[in-house]
Design a protein around this ligand. Structure first.
Ligand code: F6P
Length: 549
């Protein structure tokens, strides 16, 4: 990759031009639409099956042009091309970032250190497909010859959130005869609740861990093995039929006692939070079948190609990334809400939290210098209608600016009765009503015209002018899910590129891990922990008193 000279971001002319533009004070969305009704048609970008409307953003053509100039100045597309070429853009871990290779077609050529990785991606997919088919058809049986009816994925972070989110999202495409569960928390209650009603003879554990050293996962996997062996009176041979591993670390998998033949591999150029379209998606593939899984990969690939080739003005991930920068860096917005109007997307925002916050929760630039600008936002949200009766009040009338993405579908999926399917229009009426209310509000004059007593007018006035992006698709299919995830992956990429941070490491989670290992003996054995601070020492003492009371 060409060396890019990188002056301090906030002193770039493109940055100060945006700051000046912001200082001029934008018009209210009501005025923006009144003076330019055409923005409703113009501020739309279509990518595959996604209809993305950004007309309710606090922007004009000038804002967009200035944001695009910032993207050019910070060489977003240069870094993008380096990523697609397999260069080691994860500088602190000295790794390539090639989740896009996981969904590349069979005949693509993508090289890492001179090796085309596409054949091994497809070999791994073929191995997964074969195994998933055998489990689904009953050809793969448990130790006693019983059919597998339960699949329990044990993993955490990227080895849990992706498949758990996607399984939930695509539940209506899943084999309903299979029970699929996800265990992540080292709190024993998680594994207990996931297994208490299962027959070990019908249960397959998928141990998902890129490193195969993550303490939560290894602890849960060890307990799951004990649970299984208890049922089989300690017969270790049972493990081979009831445990498979998803990892990059075959040594550790073997050490754990899982046959390497039962390991599905991926590679160090796949980041954990970018991994559910790799072997990490095996539980999902078993649930929905290899064909649906490949449809999902095609959806990812479609957006990859869009991001790689679309011009700046029609490039959806670029646009969403720049809009986030507009609010986070020029409007002091601290958070970003993602509000899906689909019950099936109940885990979508939790998944995005890791994708976005683990990627862009950084405060030094790629050279290790402290940044003088805001980086990643707090990402939050839950399915929309539930949120309407909880926290939307604050978005509408609170003091904070909270940009939001609204995601909705024209048709429901699944085998809903006609009566339940008919509820979809009510769901979507709420969807459209909310973005309208957020943008246009209700003026004091409108409130007064309704005969509201003067002392109530301020309370019932909605200022409006709250920015939203509306993302619509016909249905939540596997392909559409892949498109949505790739859209957000690349949005996060764009922001990291502009902020000049390494979006692909996660050193911030390391310290807690190291300290937990150090503190544990104090909790279990009352051992002295050298170097423990006075506050934590006192808390540990209180814990032990409570524990032993
Ligand atoms: O939370 C830190 C982290 O390293 C994540 O990035 C990763 O997704 C998760 O732990 C799990 O890691 P592994 O797949 O190696 O068990």
């Amino acid at each position: 990759m060409a060396e890019v000279h990188y002056p301090n971001l906030i002193h770039r002319p493109e940055w100060t031009a945006l700051a000046d533009h912001r200082a001029k004070g934008p018009l209210h969305l009501r005025e923006l639409f009144a003076s330019d009704p055409g923005r409703a048609e113009r501020y739309v970008v279509r990518v595959g099956d996604l209809h993305i409307d950004y007309s309710k953003q606090l922007i004009t053509d000038e804002t967009l042009a200035l944001l695009q100039e910032l993207a050019v100045a910070t060489d977003v597309f240069g870094l993008r091309d380096a990523m697609f070429r397999g260069e080691r853009i994860n500088v602190t871990e000295d790794r390539a970032v090639l989740h896009t290779a996981l969904r590349a077609p069979r005949d693509a050529v993508i090289e890492v250190d001179g090796e085309n990785v596409v054949p091994k991606v497809h070999a791994a997919l073929d191995k997964m497909s074969d195994f998933a088919q055998r489990v689904r058809s009953g050809a793969w049986t448990g130790h006693t010859g019983k059919r597998i009816r339960n699949v329990v994925n044990i993993g955490i972070g990227g080895s849990d959130l992706g498949p758990a989110m996607a399984y939930e999202a695509l539940r209506s495409f899943a084999d309903r005869d299979l029970t699929v569960r996800f265990v992540s928390n080292v709190d024993g209650a998680d594994l207990h609740e996931a297994t208490r009603d299962l027959d070990p003879a019908e249960t397959l554990f998928i141990v998902a861990s890129k490193t195969f050293t993550t303490i939560e996962t290894i602890t849960n996997a060890t307990s799951a093995r004990s649970w299984l062996l208890k049922a089989f009176e300690g017969d270790e041979k049972a493990v081979a039929k009831h445990f498979v591993a998803l990892s990059t670390n075959s040594g550790k998998v073997t050490e754990f006692g899982i046959d390497p033949d039962n390991m599905f591999e991926f590679w160090d150029w796949v980041g954990g939070r970018y991994s559910y379209d790799s072997a990490i998606g095996l539980s999902l593939m078993i649930a929905i079948g290899p064909d649906r899984f490949r449809e999902m990969l095609d959806g990812f690939h479609l957006v990859d190609e869009h991001f790689r080739t679309a011009p700046a003005e029609a490039n959806a991930p670029l646009l969403l990334g720049l809009l986030g920068i507009w609010y986070g860096n020029f409007h002091d917005a601290q958070s970003h809400a993602v509000l899906p109007y689909s019950h099936y997307l109940s885990k979508f925002t939790a998944y995005l939290q890791q994708l976005d916050m683990e990627s862009n929760g950084k405060s030094v630039d790629r050279q290790g210098r402290r940044v003088e600008w805001q980086t990643g936002p707090v990402v939050w949200g839950t399915p929309g209608t539930n949120g309407q009766h909880a926290y939307y009040q604050l978005i509408h009338q609170g003091t904070k600016l909270i940009p939001a993405d609204f995601i909705g579908f024209a048709r429901p999926v699944g085998e809903l009765s006609p009566e339940l399917a008919a509820q979809h229009d009510l769901l979507m009426a709420n969807f459209f009503a909310q973005t309208q209310a957020l943008a246009f509000g209700k003026s004091a004059e409108e409130v007064r015209a309704e005969g509201v007593p003067e002392e109530q007018v301020a309370h019932r006035t909605f200022h409006g002018d709250h920015p939203t992006t509306t993302i619509l698709a016909a249905e939540l299919t596997p392909s559409v899910l892949g498109q949505l995830i790739a859209l957000y992956e690349h949005k996060v990429f764009v922001q990291g590129a502009v902020w000049d941070i390494d979006s692909f490491d996660q050193w911030g989670v390391e310290l807690g891990k190291v300290l937990a290992k150090r503190v544990e003996p104090a909790l279990t054995k009352g051992a002295d922990v050298p170097g423990l601070d006075p506050s934590t020492t006192a808390l540990v003492a209180a814990y032990r008193t409570l524990k032993n009371a």
